[in-house]
Ligand binder design. Sequence first.
Ligand SMILES: Cc1cc2nc3c(=O)[nH]c(=O)nc-3n(C[C@H](O)[C@H](O)[C@H](O)COP(=O)(O)OP(=O)(O)OC[C@H]3O[C@@H](n4cnc5c(N)ncnc54)[C@H](O)[C@@H]3O)c2cc1C
Length: 458
Amino acid sequence: MTSQATRPDLRDTMRGELIDRAHDDYDRARQLYNGMVDKRPYLIARCANAADVISAVDYGRENDLLIAVRGGGHNGPGLGSCDGGLLIDLSAMNGVRVDPARRTVRAESGCTQGDVDHACHPFGLAVPAGIVSTTGIGGLTLGGGHGYLSRQHGLTIDNLIEADVVLADGSFVTASETQHAELFWGLRGGGGNFGVVTSFRYRAHPVGTVHAGPLFWDLADAREVIRWYRDFLPQAPEELCAFLGLKTVPSTEPFPPEIWGRKICALICCYNGPADEAEAAMRPIRTELPTPILDGVTDMPFPALQSLFDPLLPSGLQWYWKGDFVRELPDGAIDTHIEHAAKAPSELSLMHLYPIDGAVHRVGRDESAWHYRDATWSMVIAGIDPDPAGATALTDWARGYWEDVHPYSMGGAYVNFMMNEGQERIRATYGDNYDRLVEVKRTYDPTNLFRVNQNITP
Ligand SMILES: Cc1cc2nc3c(=O)[nH]c(=O)nc-3n(C[C@H](O)[C@H](O)[C@H](O)COP(=O)(O)OP(=O)(O)OC[C@H]3O[C@@H](n4cnc5c(N)ncnc54)[C@H](O)[C@@H]3O)c2cc1C
């Protein structure tokens, strides 16, 4: 029900802004990161604090509105918004407080990764998260969160100490190992199914200047590089993250013009350890492989690494992606990857394999909702391009590529690398943990008020 008559009630109870379809800022406020998704909420409640979130949840429930929750708005299928309902927009809630003595960080849930990195860096700290600074920590954390520090310090959820949550009935709880422990278990991987998180408290780790950046090889060397990488990674020091990409060199600065547009195999590296050991950790990559066509590895502040890809990936591009967890990379899988990567429909389209090992493996698969602790990589195939006319080609390429490599995968995908793929895919993603997630959902959101997500159906 979307009665205009009830609208002032929410406006009166909020410190933040209420944006309706007549508002000057409506079209900007409803925009999602993925330009392929266009949604028109009836109302956007841009909350200023947890009290606003409580008002918005109560208002949505009492008026029987579809409720969506937006953190950074980076979700692939656009689950950070809805058509015709109430969008609870957390983006104005972006305060961060670092406690350097305890090495903990309290971050409001509308923060981007960049907000958190910026606040932590002066203290020589970082919270493990993803690889693009504009991604919201809300969706990233609730889905798991993997990135450059995962091998060394685990997923983002492995560093979550507690979360403040507004539940479907409008009540406010703090979930941790000792309070609402089942909710805390579900929040760590189960997405936005159980309530609206208003803030997270994380463990942070010493991270300052890292030895990091990309190495590119021509696609002709990809078979040799990938075969070498699959054997190298498991025994590499955990301080070294190297994720693998099959991509195209963007035709733009700072890449040398002579390699613009070349199809490549890339290793994007980050060494976070003693500076005098960085070169040694990188040495096998530099000495055991063909000479790369670009070696951009150098010392840089961690936030610089985290924002390295930001200029290439502004908001509003067309995105279609599909993922899978991968344990092994047999030669047949490698050849299939190279075959499809060679046919990428645009310069930005890519395949990435992110390491899921080291500290991620030291957490049991039933210790959080995140099931695939025994994977070696989280794979994403992403068709990306600025031109909406290319949308079908991106989608067809990503789907066709995925279908051919899926038989080499473990069955499920990282929930944050899924489109709208149906209930069976969601079940596959949570494996043995799915039934327990349903129980948590029944306890905390029995009417499925929060259903604009990869939904755990109660
Ligand atoms: C360019 C790019 C790079 C990425 N890199 C990585 C990476 O390196 N590592 C990685 O792990 N993932 C990565 N991702 C995937 C990313 O984790 C997901 O897209 C994630 O959904 C983004 O979260 P968000 O808050 O920006 O999204 P949103 O679209 O705002 O939200 C996503 C989902 O989470 C829910 N949600 C968000 N905040 C809350 C909250 N506070 N309370 C309750 N529910 C909430 C939303 O309702 C929605 O269902 C990347 C994505 C992009 C586009």
